[in-house]
Design a protein around this ligand. Structure first.
Ligand code: UDP
Length: 388
C-alpha cells in the first residue's frame, strides 16, 4: 500500500554533518527506513556522502540547504529562515535536531515556524559545550526544547541540569535493524572476505570498529595485542573505521606503535567499511575500548545483534548495554592488561563465547531492535504533538 502523505504526521530530522558516518548517522538511517505512523524528512546543511547514501538506498525525502560552515552567524541566520520556510511548505509537525549544532538552527527554525522542537542528545556534554561551540550557543542553552530525547541515560544525565523542571525527556536507545544485523552469512562469504583483507584462514579475528580517534582507544587494543599473541599466536586484529584529516597524527602514532610492538603482521587498519554486518560476522570477539565515557556505543549493540561476544569499557552507555559476564564483558577504560585477560578468556572458549553471543542477540531483540524502538518513539512524538 502506498502511503498517502496527507494521512501521516511529518517529522523533519535536521542534521549537519553530511560526510561523517558514526552512530548518530546510522541510528537516524535505521529510523528513516522504519517509521510507520510518520513520514520522515531529513535536511542537511550541505550535500555529501550520507545524503547520497540515503538516496542510493531509495530514501527520497532528503534535502540539503547547500550552506557550508553553519556556525558562522552570517550563514546560520539565513539558514534558520530557510529551514522555517521548509517546515511551513512541507507541513512538518515536529522537528528533531539530531545533535547540538543541528539544535541551534533546527530548534530555532521550529520555533519560528510554530511547530514542536525536539533535541536528540547524542553526546556526553561538558557543562561549557554550548558556550564554546557557536555564537548562537547561548540561545540553545537558555531555550528549552519541547522534548529531549537521549541515546542513553548517560547522555541525558550530562545535560539534565540544563533541562528545566516540567520539560519532557525520554531515553530512546540507538536502534538496530535486527534483520540487517543477522546471521545470514555463508562460509563462502566469510572466506572471500578473509582473502580480500589478507587474514590467514586459521586465525581467530578480533574486530575493533570505530573512527580512528584517540578517545576511541585503538591504542589500548594494540597494547593488549602482544599479551594476547603470546598465548594465542594465531590471532588477527582487524580495525575498521575512518581516520579523518584531523586524526592523522593519532593514526600515524598507531602505525608506529604497531611496528614497535612487532605485531604488524597480525594487524590491519582496513579503513571505513560499508558492510559492517559482514565484517562482524567474521569476528570471534568484538572489542570496544573507548577511554572516555561513550555516549551510547552503537558498535557494541551491532556486535551483540550478530551474536558475538563483546568486550567493552565500563563507563557511559556500555554499562547500560552489557550485563557483565552474562551477555558480554566490561573492562576498566584504558587498561590493556585487563582487556588482554578478557580476550584470552574468550578465545579458547567457543562455548562460552557462543552462549554470551546468543544471550546478547536476545537482548538486542528485546531492548534495542528498531521494531520496538520505533513504536516507543512514535508514541512519544504523537503525545507531544497532541499536547497543546
Ligand atoms: N561504522 C561503519 N563502518 C566502519 C566503522 C563504523 O559503518 O568502518 C558504523 C558502525 O557500524 C556504527 C557507527 O559507525 O553504526 C559508529 O557508532 P558508535 O556509536 O559506535 O560510535 P560513534 O562513531 O558514533 O562515536
Amino acid at each position: 500500500m502506498k502511503r498517502s502523505e496527507n494521512h501521516f504526521k511529518k517529522i523533519l530530522y535536521v542534521d549537519g554533518t553530511p560526510n561523517d558516518i558514526g552512530g548518530k548517522e546510522t541510528s537516524i538511517e535505521a529510523l528513516l527506513f522504519h517509521h510507520k505512523k510518520f513520514v520522515p524528512y531529513i535536511l542537511f546543511s550541505d550535500d555529501g556522502y550520507f545524503p547520497q547514501r540515503l538516496k542510493k538506498q531509495g530514501f527520497q525525502n532528503v534535502f540539503t540547504l547547500k550552506v557550508k560552515r553553519l556556525r558562522h552567524l552570517h550563514r546560520s541566520i539565513p539558514a534558520i529562515w530557510q529551514i522555517a520556510r521548509f517546515i511551513r511548505r512541507h507541513n512538518i509537525d515536529v522537528v528533531i535536531a539530531n545533535h547540538s549544532h543541528a539544535w541551534v538552527y533546527g530548534g530555532l527554525a521550529a520555533r519560528m515556524a510554530g511547530v514542536k522542537a525536539v533535541f536528540f542528545i547524542r553526546g556526553i556534554y561538558h557543562p561549557n559545550h554550548f558556550r564554546i561551540t557557536c555564537p548562537l550557543g547561548w540561545i540553545t542553552a537558555h531555550w528549552p526544547a519541547d522534548l529531549y530525547l537521549a541515546n542513553s541515560q548517560a547522555s541525558l544525565d550530562s545535560l539534565k541540569s540544563r533541562i528545566g523542571n516540567g520539560v519532557r525527556w525520554e531515553v530512546i536507545y540507538s536502534p538496530i535493524d535486527t534483520q540487517r544485523f543477522s546471521l545470514r552469512y555463508s562460509e563462502n562469504d566469510l572466506t572471500c572476505l578473509r582473502t580480500e583483507l589478507g587474514i590467514p584462514a586459521r586465525h581467530q579475528v578480533i574486530v575493533f570498529s570505530g573512527r580512528i580517534q584517540e578517545w576511541k582507544g585503538q591504542e589500548i587494543l594494540l597494547r593488549a595485542a602482544p599479551q594476547v599473541l603470546s598465548r594465542h599466536p594465531q590471532t588477527f586484529f582487524l580495525f575498521v573505521g575512518k581516520a579523518t584529516s584531523l586524526d592523522q597524527i593519532y593514526y600515524r602514532k598507531l602505525q608506529s606503535l604497531m611496528k614497535d610492538l612487532n605485531i604488524a603482521k597480525n594487524v590491519l587498519f582496513a579503513g571505513f567499511q560499508e558492510d559492517m554486518p559482514l565484517i562482524l560476522a567474521m569476528a570471534d570477539v568484538l572489542v570496544h575500548a573507548s577511554i572516555e565515557p561513550e555516549p551510547f556505543g552503537r558498535v557494541i549493540v551491532e556486535g551483540m545483534a550478530m551474536a558475538k561476544p563483546v568486550i567493552a569499557t565500563d563507563a557511559g552507555g556500555p554499562r547500560e548495554i552489557i550485563d557483565h559476564g552474562y551477555d558480554g564483558l566490561l573492562v576498566p577504560p584504558g587498561d590493556p592488561t585487563a582487556l588482554a585477560e578478557s580476550i584470552n578468556m574468550l578465545l579458547p572458549a567457543p562455548q562460552l563465547s557462543r552462549q554470551m553471543g546468543l544471550r546478547a542477540r536476545k537482548k538486542v531483540e528485546e531492548k534495542f531492535s528498531i521494531g520496538k524502538i520505533i513504536v516507543r518513539l512514535e508514541q512519544t512524538l504523537e503525545e507531544l504533538i497532541d499536547k497543546p
